[in-house]
Design a protein around this ligand. Sequence first.
Ligand code: F6P
Length: 358
Amino acid sequence: MKRRIGILTAGGDCPGLNAAIRGVAKAAYEMFDETEIVGFHDGYRGLIEGDYDEMKRSQFSGILTLGGTILGTSRTPFSNMRVIEDDNVDKVKAMKQTYEKLKLDCLVTLGGNGTHKTANLLSQEGLNVIGLPKTIDNDIYGTDFTFGFHTAVDIATDVIDRIHTTAASHGRCMVIEIMGNKAGWLTLYSGLAGGADVIVLPEIPYDIDKVAEVVERRAKQKKAFSIIAVAEGAMEKSEAKMKRKEREAYRAKQGFTNIAIRMAKQLSEIVGVEARPVIPGHMQRGGSPSAYDRVLSTQFGVHAADLIRDKQYGYTVALSGNQVIHNRLSDIAGVPKLVPLDDQMVALARHMGIIFGD
Ligand code: F6P
C-alpha cells in the first residue's frame, strides 16, 4: 500500500504541533509499504504558492518535545480564501492545482477554527482532507480538548502562581491577562488552578464595580492582595452591547490596548489599592509541550494515519471522554466552542466563592 500525504500547520502555533506531525508520520511509515510526505511551508500559503518540501523520514525524529512547528505557519483568513486580491491569485484554484500537481492522496491540516473552515472548503471542493484540532484556546467544537491547551494552562498557572507570591508580599492587586479572545477556557482553567479570586471571561460580560467589591472586601479582611485572571477578550457589560468596530473605537478613545491595563487602572481608582497588570502574552504559546499534550498530539496524529489507511476523508480528529474519535469537518467547521454560561466548572467556581464580575 502506498500513500502520498500532504501536511500543513496553519493559524497561531501552539505546543504539540510537532508531536502531532510526528505521530502522523511515524504511524504512516509503519503502516504503509511506501509513504511519501510533502510538508507545506507556512500553512495554506505554502499550498497556494506551491512552497513545499519532500520530507525525509529523519525529519520526523527528535521533534516530539520541540515547541512551535517545523513546517512554519501563517494566518490566511478563511474570509479571504474566495477573494481575489491585488495579486490576482485564485487561492482555492491554486490550492487544488498544487494538490493535483503533487499527486497527493490526501492533505492533513493541523489548525484551529479558521484552518478547519478552509479544510472543510477544500473537502467540499473534492480534496481528501483530514483535520487535527490544535489551539491553546480549546475552542473547537466536537472535541473535549485540543492539543496545546493543557500546556498553555500549565504555563498560565505557573504565571499566576509566581504572581501570587509577589502579590502577597506587597499586598497588591494583580490583574493577569490570559490569552483567549472569544473563548475563556484557558482563563477558566488556569484561574481555577492558580487560585484566582476573580475570573473574567469573554462569555460573561463584567461590571467593574463587582470586581472592585471583591478587591475592597479582601483588603478589609486584611487579605491585602487579590489575584484577577482576565481573558484578553473580556468585556464590560456596556461593551458587550456594542458591535466589534464600535467597541474597538470606544477602547481606542480610552487609550487602552489591553484589558488588564484598563482594569488595573480602574481598580486603583475605585478601590485605592495598588493594582498592576501582568501580560504573559505569547509565552503561553511557546516552548515544549507538556506530557499530556505530547500524548494527546501523538494519539491524534496516529488516528489521522488510521483514517488515511481506511481512506476516510472529510473528518477531523477529536477527543470524546477518553476515546479518540473523528467528526465530520462539515459538522464542526465554523462552530466555535465557547464556555457555556451553565458550564460545570463555572458553577463549581461560583460555589467556591470565585467571582466572575457579572
Ligand atoms: O488562537 C490562539 C491565540 O493565541 C489567541 O488566544 C489569541 O487571541 C490569538 O491567538 C493571538 O494571535 P496572534 O498570535 O496572531 O497575535
